[in-house]
Design a protein around this ligand. Structure first.
Ligand code: PLP
Length: 445
């Protein structure tokens, strides 16, 4: 066999070669079946090779596969913008700027926020505040906003120091407080950060409604986002929701922020937007933000060759249509409750499970060496890797995540199967996961 020249994320790691997908399963070139318990990177929300999506892609490709965004608009791109605005369901319209990845979406959101203030003659308002323990993408602007120590460290000299407040991480409260006595101190920290940086310098605050890979699914307590939004409004800074992972039904609501009844000024979408069938992502901006640009310099100073690709837009429309027709957001809520309960039941027998958290089909599990003291495993044990690899060998795909203080020293995984998972498949997922825990726990003894 000739050596593969494909560059992999980690050249030491073994990756099977996928050749086929069907429903919630993937198959490698040896015929081995994998239950896609993570929808890839929390992306393939409809599972694999859904005929309606393939059909939509095929039909669009017969009509128009590509136009350049500065020369033409297209029917699928216009319809997708309409549809997303309808889904946001706010009092004001949201306009869409299409890109190709979640990183581009958050980076575009950053640029729109800065440009918004420039249009209003406030050029100094150009800093974005964000949280430690967050991930907003891998490009330099997106990474500047990301409070992810490991992904930042090689590029620190190139990055802005945007992460400025702590995450609402109740399992390991950074202030050693308890909800509700804490009175949401973690949210009020935003006010302190704005004052420290100076309100005249702050353009926006960005947050993932539920923190994904950087924290192993961190769900803020009740009232958190209401307070965050109130602070943003009071200091007149924009609020950006990074819904790249939580958006389009993943948490049992169309958008993650819908759990808190709060609307952001700018919304970044990716992943589930096209459920992995074709690259497309978006930055959505509300009327207030967009009209300042429309009335000012008229164009957003950003864009990519593949922006608003008609084929990808047609796929995203078909994905949303499929979700709506099959009432999958409700199904996510129901299946999520069942899956969460079954996973929670494992806690009694597997003391390495420290904390289970999440909403809908976005469930994080944090592992600990000492349950009572919440002490993480020694890093040398590379526990997350061990769990993910053991599960993969058993035919179950899990998504590795960071956890622990500052998202550095802990271990976590995300379980986020496709929305279409059946009750029987949930049982199979839990059985495979339990077998994984049994093996891993035995290896640790
Ligand atoms: N924002 C969030 C919340 C994410 O989870 C991710 C990816 O995991 C990104 C942004 C970056 O998206 P992409 O990998 O498509 O660039």
């Amino acid at each position: 066999m000739t050596r593969s020249l494909l560059i992999k994320p980690n050249m030491d790691d073994f990756y099977p070669k996928a050749v086929r997908g069907s429903g919630i399963y993937l198959f490698d070139d040896s015929g081995k079946q994998y239950l896609d318990g993570s929808s890839g990177a929390v992306t393939a929300s409809l599972g694999h090779t859904v005929p309606e999506i393939i059909e939509a892609m095929h039909e669009q490709s017969k009509k128009l596969s590509f136009v350049y965004r500065s020369q033409f608009t297209s029917d699928p791109a216009e319809k997708l913008a309409e549809k997303l605005n309808q889904l946001v369901n706010a009092e004001t319209d949201y306009w869409s700027f299409f890109v190709n990845s979640g990183s581009e979406a958050t980076e575009t959101a950053l640029k729109i926020a800065i440009q918004y203030w420039q249009e209003r003659g406030q050029d100094k308002k150009n800093k974005i505040l964000s949280r430690w323990i967050s991930y907003h993408g891998i490009t330099i602007g997106a990474l500047s906003m990301s409070g992810h120590v490991k992904r930042r460290e090689r590029f620190v000299p190139l990055l802005e120091n945007y992460p400025s407040i702590s995450a609402p991480y109740c399992y390991r409260c950074p202030f050693n407080l308890e909800y509700p006595d804490c009175q949401l101190f973690c949210a009020s920290e935003l006010e302190t950060a704005i004052q420290r940086v100076g309100v005249d310098h702050v353009a926006a605050f960005i947050a993932e409604p539920m923190i994904g890979a950087a924290g192993g699914v961190i769900v803020p307590p009740k009232g958190y986002y209401e307070q965050i939004k109130e602070i943003c409004d009071r200091y007149d800074i924009l609020f950006i929701a990074d819904e790249v992972m939580t958006g389009i039904g993943r948490t049992g609501k169309m958008f993650g922020l819908d759990h808190w009844n709060v609307k952001a000024d700018i919304i970044a979408l990716g992943k589930g937007m096209s459920a992995g069938y074709s690259p497309i992502a978006a930055a959505l901006a509300n009327e207030k933000v967009m009209m300042s640009i429309v009335d000012g310099s008229k164009s957003i100073m950003s864009g990519h060759t593949y922006s608003a690709n008609p084929q990808s837009a047609a796929v995203a429309l078909a994905v949303i249509d499929y979700i709506e027709k099959n009432q999958l957001v409700d199904r996510v809520k129901e299946s999520g409750t069942v899956l969460f309960q079954k996973l929670a039941n494992l806690k009694n027998n597997y003391p390495i499970i420290g904390n289970i958290r999440g909403k809908g089909l976005m469930i994080g599990i944090e592992f600990v060496a000492d349950l009572k003291k919440k002490i993480p495993f020694n890093k040398a044990k590379t526990l997350t890797k061990l769990i993910v690899e053991t599960a993969r060998n058993k035919g179950l795909l899990l998504y590795p995540a960071s956890a622990g203080k500052d998202g550095i020293d802990g271990d976590a995984i995300i379980i986020s199967p496709p929305f279409t998972i059946t009750k029987e498949e949930i049982d199979l997922l839990v059985t495979l996961f339990e077998e994984t825990l049994r093996d891993v726990q035995a290896r640790l003894e």
